[in-house]
Design a protein around this ligand. Structure first.
Ligand code: ATP
Ligand code: SF4
Ligand code: MG
Length: 344
C-alpha cells in the first residue's frame, strides 16, 4: 500500500503581476503514497492552493509552472500534453475547490451536474448515469430523493458531501480537496472528515487535504506536508511531523490550534507576525523573521529540505536540535519575545 502515487519534486509556480513575478511556490517537494491522506497545511498565502491547482493544471491566467516535476502514476504532469492532462482530470485526479459552492453551479440541479461528469467525461449511458448518481448519493449519506435539488437547497455540510460525490464520480485515484471543511462548524467538520476517511479507505484512493488548520490534519491525515511562504518546511508521516515536529514553524502551528477532538487543550499561542510578501521574500530561511530560534545563518542561507530520518524531511538549520527546541517551543513565553538573532 505504500507505493508512491504522486511524487512532486522542486515544483516552482509563479504569478505574473504587471512586470513582476510572485514565486508563490518555490521548490516544493513531497510524496503522496497510494491509499493515504496527505495534509497540505500552512497559513493563508503560503501556496497551498497554488500547489493544488498546479497538480490539476487548472490555474489562474497569470500563473505558470516554471520548474520541477509532478510524477503521477509514472507520468510527469508538468510536461504532459494538454489533451492527455485533460483526460486525467476527473477520471484520475479530481479536485474539490476551496468553497463547495465553487464546484457546484447554482442554476442546475445536483443530478444534472453529476450527469454532466458521468456522461460527458465518463461516457456513461443515461441509465448507468442515473444508477451511479444514486450510488454516489448513498455513499456520501444523502437521500437519493434529493438528487433533483439545487445547491442552495442543501446545508453547507451537505453541499460539501455533494462536492465529494462529484469528485468521486469517476473513481479517481487521487482527490485533491482544498479547505473542504473550513466554513463548517466543528461538529459538521468532524462528520465530513470521518466520511472522507471512510470513503478513502473503502475505495483505496489517495487524498490531498489542503487546510490552514493543523488540527484537521491531526484528526484525519496519515501524512503531513507543512508549507511556509511557498516552500515545504517539514513533511513525513503523522507521528514524525505532528507528534514530534522538528521544524519550529510546525511546532508553532501546533501551539496555535485547538484540538478538533474536543480534548482539553492548553493555552493557544499564536505565532506573532505574518508570512513574508512573496514578491520580496527574505534571503535565507523565510521563517527567520518570526522564528524564536533563528541564528545568524538563518537570515542569509536558505536551509535545504533534507531527510532527517527515512520518512521525515525538514528544512531547518537546527533540525538536529529538535528535542531541545520542542521543549522550548512548548512554553508560551518562547513565542511572546521578539525573535532574537544569534540566540544560542
Ligand atoms: N492570481 C494570482 N495573482 C497573483 N498572486 C497570486 C494569485 N493567486 C495567489 N497569489 C499569491 O500567491 C501566494 C499563494 O497563494 P495561495 O492561494 O496558493 O495560498 P494558500 O496557501 O492557498 O492561502 P489560503 O489559505 O488563503 O487559501 C499568495 O501570496 C497569494 O497572494
Ligand atoms: S531555526 Fe533558522 S532555519 Fe530553522 S526555522 Fe528557525 S529561522 Fe528557519
Ligand atoms: Mg488556498
Amino acid at each position: 500500500m505504500n507505493e508512491t502515487l504522486l511524487s512532486v519534486r522542486n515544483l516552482k509556480v509563479g504569478y505574473r503581476v504587471g512586470k513582476n513575478s510572485v514565486d508563490a511556490v518555490d521548490g516544493a517537494s513531497f510524496d503522496v503514497p497510494r491509499g493515504s491522506i496527505v495534509g497540505l497545511v500552512g497559513e493563508s498565502g503560503c501556496g497551498k492552493t497554488t500547489v493544488a491547482r498546479a497538480l490539476t493544471r487548472v490555474m489562474a491566467d497569470n500563473a505558470s509552472i516554471t520548474g520541477g516535476q509532478m510524477v503521477f502514476d509514472g507520468r510527469d504532469l508538468v510536461t504532459l500534453p494538454e489533451r492527455e492532462m485533460n483526460a486525467l482530470r476527473w477520471r484520475d485526479i479530481a479536485f474539490i475547490p476551496q468553497s463547495a459552492m465553487n464546484s457546484l453551479d447554482p442554476v442546475y440541479t445536483v443530478e444534472y451536474q453529476l450527469n454532466e461528469v458521468l456522461r460527458r467525461r465518463g461516457g456513461l449511458g443515461r441509465r448507468q448515469a442515473r444508477a451511479r448518481c444514486e450510488e454516489l448519493f448513498e455513499m456520501v449519506g444523502i437521500e437519493v430523493g434529493r438528487l433533483r435539488d439545487y445547491p442552495h437547497q442543501f446545508s453547507g455540510g451537505m453541499r460539501q458531501r455533494v462536492a465529494i460525490a462529484l469528485a468521486l464520480a469517476l473513481n479517481p485515484k487521487l482527490v485533491i480537496a482544498d479547505e473542504p471543511v473550513t466554513a463548517l462548524d466543528v461538529i459538521v467538520q468532524r462528520q465530513i472528515l470521518d466520511q472522507l476517511r471512510e470513503l478513502q479507505s473503502m475505495l483505496g484512493i489517495s487524498v490531498i487535504l489542503v487546510t490552514h488548520d493543523i488540527s484537521v490534519v491531526a484528526y484525519v491525515c496519515d501524512r503531513t506536508v507543512v508549507m511556509y511562504a511557498g516552500r515545504v518546511a517539514e513533511s513525513g508521516a503523522m507521528d514524525a511531523t505532528l507528534t514530534q515536529p522538528s521544524h519550529p514553524y510546525t511546532m508553532g502551528l501546533r501551539n496555535a490550534f485547538p484540538d478538533l477532538q474536543g480534548a482539553a487543550s492548553g493555552t493557544l499561542t499564536p505565532i506573532e507576525g505574518a508570512p513574508p510578501d512573496l514578491s520580496d521574500p527574505p534571503a535565507g530561511c523565510r521563517f527567520a523573521p518570526r522564528c524564536p530560534f533563528a541564528l545568524e545563518i538563518c537570515a542569509t542561507t536558505q536551509p535545504p529540505l533534507a531527510d532527517i530520518s527515512p520518512d521525515h524531511a525538514v528544512a531547518c538549520h537546527r533540525a538536529g536540535e529538535a528535542v531541545v527546541l520542542r521543549e522550548r517551543a512548548a512554553r508560551v513565553e518562547t513565542w511572546m519575545t521578539e525573535p532574537a538573532m544569534a540566540e544560542a
